[in-house]
Design a protein around this ligand. Sequence first.
Ligand SMILES: *[C@@H]1O[C@H](CO)[C@@H](O)[C@H](O)[C@H]1NC(C)=O
Ligand SMILES: *[C@@H]1O[C@H](CO)[C@@H](O)[C@H](O)[C@H]1NC(C)=O
Ligand SMILES: *[C@@H]1O[C@H](CO)[C@@H](O)[C@H](O)[C@H]1NC(C)=O
Ligand SMILES: *[C@@H]1O[C@H](CO)[C@@H](O)[C@H](O)[C@H]1NC(C)=O
Ligand SMILES: *[C@@H]1O[C@H](CO)[C@@H](O)[C@H](O)[C@H]1NC(C)=O
Ligand SMILES: *[C@@H]1O[C@H](CO)[C@@H](O)[C@H](O)[C@H]1NC(C)=O
Ligand SMILES: *[C@@H]1O[C@H](CO)[C@@H](O)[C@H](O)[C@H]1NC(C)=O
Length: 357
Amino acid sequence: MTPTFGLFLVSATSMAEFFYDLIKDTLIVKPCKKSPILLMMIVLLLAMLCGVLISSICLKQINTNTNVKLQDIQVIDKPPHGINPEQLGIPRVHYPEPQTFSRDECVHNPVRFFAILSMQRSGSGWFETLLNSHTNVSSNGEIFSKLERRQNASAIVDTLDQVYNLDWLSSASKNQCSAAVGLKWMLNQGVMAHHEAVSEYFSRRGVSVIFLFRRNLLCRMVSVIANSHDRYAKLLNGTHKSHVHSPEEADILSTYKPSINSTSLIDDLKQVEFTTAKALEYFNSTRHIVLYYEDLIKNRTILKDVQKFLRLPVMELTSRQVKIHKGPLSMHIKNWDDVSKTLNGTIYERFLHTDYR
Ligand SMILES: *[C@@H]1O[C@H](CO)[C@@H](O)[C@H](O)[C@H]1NC(C)=O
Ligand SMILES: *[C@@H]1O[C@H](CO)[C@@H](O)[C@H](O)[C@H]1NC(C)=O
Ligand SMILES: *[C@@H]1O[C@H](CO)[C@@H](O)[C@H](O)[C@H]1NC(C)=O
Ligand SMILES: *[C@@H]1O[C@H](CO)[C@@H](O)[C@H](O)[C@H]1NC(C)=O
Ligand SMILES: *[C@@H]1O[C@H](CO)[C@@H](O)[C@H](O)[C@H]1NC(C)=O
Ligand SMILES: *[C@@H]1O[C@H](CO)[C@@H](O)[C@H](O)[C@H]1NC(C)=O
Ligand SMILES: *[C@@H]1O[C@H](CO)[C@@H](O)[C@H](O)[C@H]1NC(C)=O
């Protein structure tokens, strides 16, 4: 606080006190029969003066306080390195009253709201089946893949309301005894386009965000191209499958070796990184954790962390999905020499040296 401001504060306060005393004295004065209107005018005038003074003092104080607070938040809310659920605060608790059914015996069980924010081919399908293997988790899938549900902010809010009121019925619904309810939402399905409305909604309704990204964006690119190839090639006896449940099916799908456009490769990778960074920035004030597919595969403790993050009773989670690509990445890219030459010596060189697991 600058000395001038301090002086102003003192003098303003004493002036306010002075006026307050004056008002008090005036009020104590017995009703003057001669000119009650004049008296009232004086009181009103003094009150107004007093109000102006006090509010100017308050404004000054609020200004200094907000500055301090913003700085504090920036220090506290640094994006977490790794996961420490205890540091992330407690998720808000809800007791939804669905219109489509009664929660019966679980009516007194609290429910937590979550959203898995991810990108295509980042393991979110697999991750969601793991979550849904929990008796108390209802993750309703990629409901925003339908355009009309994300055409504008109000369509998004209506859809989210249905999900979090437990009125969205899907094969994943655990209905009465859901303790955590949510959905899987790809960043290109309206999250980024309507990020202000979405993050406002998440804060207002206490929705926690689970970010799921892939560390190796080159592996992801192979998967994206292979999956979109299979959309028309339909390698599995004429049906397109994005996720498979047997090693045989995985082998068939992985026989297709995509060739990657090395001209646009660096820009494409940059674009994905940029989108990821933007998403983290847009939701930096929402309660969240950041997961990476590669870490989840190696380390099942992370699944326990996720359950703790959602305050669920911790269970062993299972999925029947099988990985499609295995072995060194060089085996899965047709123009590998081209790609490795392009990335050699760049910040993305590390993507070349990881095997699929
Ligand atoms: C959150 O992101 C906004 C920009 O969207 C930025 O202005 C703000 O400083 C960030 N806050 C923190 C705590 O990182
Ligand atoms: C938002 O989209 C929905 C569904 O497409 C539509 O029915 C509604 O009229 C739209 N509302 C506004 C405000 O544009
Ligand atoms: C989880 O679901 C079971 C029924 O499947 C129920 O008995 C239990 O109370 C639920 N737990 C929570 C924390 O809601
Ligand atoms: C494709 O169809 C053949 C014959 O119907 C069957 O033996 C084979 O298992 C099928 N393969 C897959 C991957 O579904
Ligand atoms: C590869 O990317 C470049 C730059 O974006 C583009 O001009 C070119 O047409 C692309 N090639 C193919 C085969 O898609
Ligand atoms: C697995 O993840 C947990 C945090 O979730 C971490 O504490 C532990 O060190 C990790 N273990 C390995 C082997 O990386
Ligand atoms: C990367 O570039 C260096 C020299 O710039 C070369 O020695 C090395 O063989 C290259 N690696 C690959 C995988 O192309």
